[in-house]
Design a protein around this ligand. Structure first.
Ligand code: ADP
Ligand code: MG
Length: 348
């Protein structure tokens, strides 16, 4: 079977775990990243360092690979499109363009008759005067946000005067959902109606950053089935190829909402490395490189804990038992609120 060389845009922990999964499948990888210290280069066969709009670097990257994927969504559409004219980019750049824009993403989901929280576009301060029924809410930049970055809670209209917001960036105001729980579904789509779907994962966030994830999620059968159905519909509608994550809210009345879609492997799916026969990373590589689809089998229940900031020092010196799997992302600097590693514990 032909084994393509896989180009991965982005060189953080997701890129590292994709490269590790690829090497197990004897797929060569080339990382393209704007960070000279990108950890993923340690696990890949080749590394191109450059800005994502540097024409020479883009061309160099294209020349080294057969197919291209990405580990984060905030890549200029022009760059993905340009690469896609010469080598296939999967998932397709047009998918990334919808999902990297919070308004386009929510419009897309609602057009499928799938519930999201209520929202509106905000492009200037005066537009906030007529949105009282969306309060309390969250004002989020439409692009470039992650781990809660670019988000402002808005409790009352008066509270807006005390925060400094550059409205020209473009915002979405979302009604705050009274959360009972958050879950996510990871699905890898290979082609029409051909996909592997993982069971729902229950997620706990602190300060808008994922803190821990576990399977099984403690949810009703109705929520389990609806979340799987919605994730499948989203993947089919996008004609998606690769691994996709759908993040959901469950409110206090047990209503399910889609929060957002990630067109990539996802932090909540790290436990699939140890809890399943095929991880979300391996499945992504299999799908984008057109390798064999293998039926998923769950091996164990599991919990994953994100290790954030200087907590990593403790884990680097710790001894682990047989059912614990520690991953150090090997980032050069320890930074506050930065994901530095994770620990997965298998639970029988
Ligand atoms: P990011 O792109 O940073 O992951 P999200 O929109 O997923 O942004 O927000 C991060 C977290 O903030 C969510 O997982 C949830 O815990 C909380 N959050 C975001 N939007 C809402 C909302 N409308 N209602 C309630 N909680 C929210
Ligand atoms: Mg999120």
């Amino acid at each position: 079977m032909f084994k393509p060389t896989l180009g991965i845009i982005g060189g953080g922990q997701l890129g590292s775990m994709l490269a590790i999964a690829a090497s197990k499948l004897e797929i060569k990888t080339v990382i393209f990243c704007d960070d000279i210290d990108a950890p993923a280069q340690k696990f890949s066969n080749d590394f191109v360092h450059g800005q994502y709009n540097d024409q020479n670097k883009i061309r160099e990257f294209i020349s080294k690979v057969d197919v291209v994927t990405y580990e984060f969504e905030n890549i200029p559409y022009e760059t993905l499109n340009e690469i896609n004219r010469i080598k296939p980019v999967l998932p397709k750049p047009s998918i990334n363009r919808i999902i990297q824009h919070r308004l386009a993403e929510k419009d897309f989901i609602n057009n499928l008759n799938i519930r999201t929280t209520r929202y509106t576009s905000i492009e200037k301060k005066s537009e906030m005067d007529s949105v009282e029924d969306l309060l309390p809410g969250l004002l989020k930049t439409v692009t470039m946000g992650y781990d809660g970055k670019g988000q402002h809670p808005v409790h009352t209209l008066e509270s807006l005067d005390s925060i400094d917001i550059d409205y020209s960036k473009g915002y979405i105001l979302e009604k705050l959902v009274k959360l009972k729980k958050e879950i996510s579904i990871i699905i890898t789509r290979f082609s029409n109606q051909k996909y592997e779907i993982y069971e729902p994962i229950e997620n706990v966030h602190e300060d808008q950053i994922l803190r821990n994830s576990k399977i099984p999620a403690e949810i009703s059968d109705k929520i389990l089935n609806q979340s799987k159905l919605w994730a499948t519909q989203i993947a089919e509608e996008l004609k998606y190829v690769g691994t996709l994550c759908v993040e959901f809210f469950i409110d206090r009345n047990d209503n399910l909402y889609v929060n957002e879609i990630a067109p990539r492997v996802h932090n909540s799916g790290h436990l699939t490395i140890n809890a399943y026969n095929v991880s979300q990373f391996e499945n992504h590589v299999r799908a984008v490189c057109k390798l064999e689809q293998i039926p998923l089998q769950k091996k164990s229940n599991a919990e994953m804990l994100n290790i954030i900031g200087d907590q990593i020092t403790h884990y680097r010196n710790k001894k682990f038992s047989e059912n614990e799997f520690f991953f150090d992302y090997l980032k050069k600097d320890i930074k506050d609120k930065r994901k530095m590693g994770h620990l997965t514990t298998l639970i029988s």
